[in-house]
Write a protein that binds this ligand. Structure first.
Ligand code: GTP
Ligand code: MG
Length: 451
């Protein structure tokens, strides 16, 4: 059952700031606005300036406030937004006063959850609100904006519409006798299903980009000791983040830092240098960690000292690098070359430079920006990227459609409509068109309070 209690929370970060916004949503929002601001004729969506008086009659602050009457509000309920001075002491006094007036503290994401429950947005759009708030790059913001605009919802409605048409065709076979309705052409039916399955799969597969878009691309720097890995990390980050020295084996544990390259957030990881034999147990476990990082990388940069003898390429390196996910950075071109670069892993993309040059970091950033789009590490910004939750439901729908397709020719076509119905239900789950509190709790628990 819907919770009708009026909720209140600070919508802006806690701590001192010029202004803070407190939100109040629910049936009592209007009466609270009237009583606290002493205003009896309130026009919806109009900004008012006034003093907030507590239940005791004491002035708590001078505020700017707006009442959005439901259903034309973010939550679909009466929603009061109070902008007060951003002093935590003032904010707490107002919030305490709102509790005295019958409000309760809002749970994380509860304003958006109410918006969803009141039909203001589908579940994919509600999820996008959380992504918009946490977006750390142009790319993640764009992806979240696409979801917020309801693009996935639109796609699901179109798919369900196509499935519904197929169901209608199969059911005419049930409702009418053989003489009245011509038999469905099973070849045509199968073709329709295959094209639908293809569309679902194309959308579902974008989930593999989800963490790269929203959390950042994992770029792992690896190579032999002393090759210049930490020098590269520092150049990209723009500070002396990692210790650099001419002593081989300086970096013992991996270090990570987030940076922006073009529109993307990158999690750059510097690792312990790989060598075949070491006496040191600490260095050995550092190398094992390097291999572990390499396995989880979205992209690998193999730093090679071009002035030293050809580095050893271990089996683990060969297992992890590929044309699609790696590049070689031949470093120390200011020194004499010690081997023929052309014969060193010729199939892997490469660039040569000296990390001592002042332009080095810009050159590497530009190179990575180009190579990420060339190698599809992140998709084009036009592509709608779905989450793991969406992908799971799309996959279940695909499975039902494949089962339906496999049944064609084996049983009368009218018997496959239950599979088609399952596919529709699975797709509808993505939009939250079902009553499953557990899924909703999971989705909204990742929100901040006040949203
Ligand atoms: N001449 C020259 N020296 C460089 C260049 N890049 C890095 N170095 C030097 O190479 C040495 C090793 O650099 P690091 O960045 O610490 O190398 P690393 O790969 O992190 O080494 P480990 O952490 O020990 O595995 C340092 O003395 C750097 O100053 C370069 O382009 N040219
Ligand atoms: Mg290092």
């Amino acid at each position: 059952m819907a919770d009708l209690t009026t909720i209140a929370a600070l919508a802006t970060p806690s701590g001192s700031s010029a202004l803070a916004v407190i939100r109040v949503s629910g049936n009592s929002a209007l009466s609270i606005a009237k009583e606290a601001f002493g205003k009896h004729e309130i026009v919806s969506r109009k900004a008012y300036f006034g003093v907030y008086k507590g239940v005791s009659g004491k002035v708590l602050d001078e505020c700017l406030w707006v009442l959005f009457s439901g259903p034309k509000s973010y939550t679909g309920e009466d929603l009061l937004e109070i902008s007060c001075h951003g002093n935590p002491f003032i904010v707490n006094r107002i919030i305490e006063d709102l509790f005295k007036r019958g409000c309760r503290p809002a749970l994380p994401g509860e304003f958006t959850r109410r918006a969803f429950v009141n039909g203001k947005m589908d579940l994919t759009q509600a999820e996008a609100v959380a992504e918009i708030i946490s977006a750390s790059s142009e790319r993640s913001f764009e992806a979240a904006r696409k979801l917020l605009s309801g693009e996935l919802g639109k796609r699901i409605f179109e798919w369900n519409d196509e499935i519904l048409k197929l169901i209608a065709e199969t059911e005419t076979q049930i409702d009418f006798s053989e003489e009245e309705v011509p038999e469905i052409d099973s070849g045509y039916f199968k073709e329709k299903l295959e094209s639908l399955i293809f569309k679902l799969r194309k959308t579902r597969e974008t989930a593999r980009y989800s963490s790269r878009v929203y959390e950042g691309i994992n770029v792992v720097i690896f190579g032999a000791p002393n090759a210049g890995k930490s020098s590269l990390m520092n150049a990209l980050v723009g500070t002396e983040r990692a210790l650099v020295s001419d002593e081989a084996g300086t970096t013992r544990d991996f270090i990570s830092e987030n940076i922006l390259i073009g529109d993307n957030c990158i999690r750059i990881i510097d690792t312990a240098g790989i060598r075949e034999y070491t006496e040191s147990k600490v260095e050995e476990s550092g190398i094992l960690k390097t291999y572990d990082c390499m396995k989880r990388a979205d992209f690998l940069i193999f730093v090679v000292d071009s002035s030293s003898p050809t580095p050893v390429i271990s089996e683990e390196i060969l297992e992890n690098i590929s044309q699609e996910n790696s590049c070689i950075l031949f470093n120390k071109t200011d020194l004499n070359p010690a081997f023929d670069k052309d014969n060193f892993l010729p199939e892997i993309d490469r660039l040569s430079l000296s990390l001592l040059e002042s332009q080095a970091s810009e050159t590497v950033k530009k190179y990575l920006e180009d190579i990420f789009s060339k190698k599809n590490i992140v998709p084009d910004s036009e592509v709608l990227v779905v989450s793991a939750r969406h992908a799971e439901s799309i996959m279940a729908a695909e499975k039902s459609l494949i089962e339906a397709s496999n049944l064609i020719g084996n049983i009368p076509i009218e018997f496959i409509s239950s599979k088609l119905r399952s596919a529709m239900e699975e797709l509808s789950e993505i939009l939250g068109q079902f009553d499953n509190e557990k899924v909703l709790d999971k989705v909204f628990s990742s929100f901040c309070i006040g949203k």
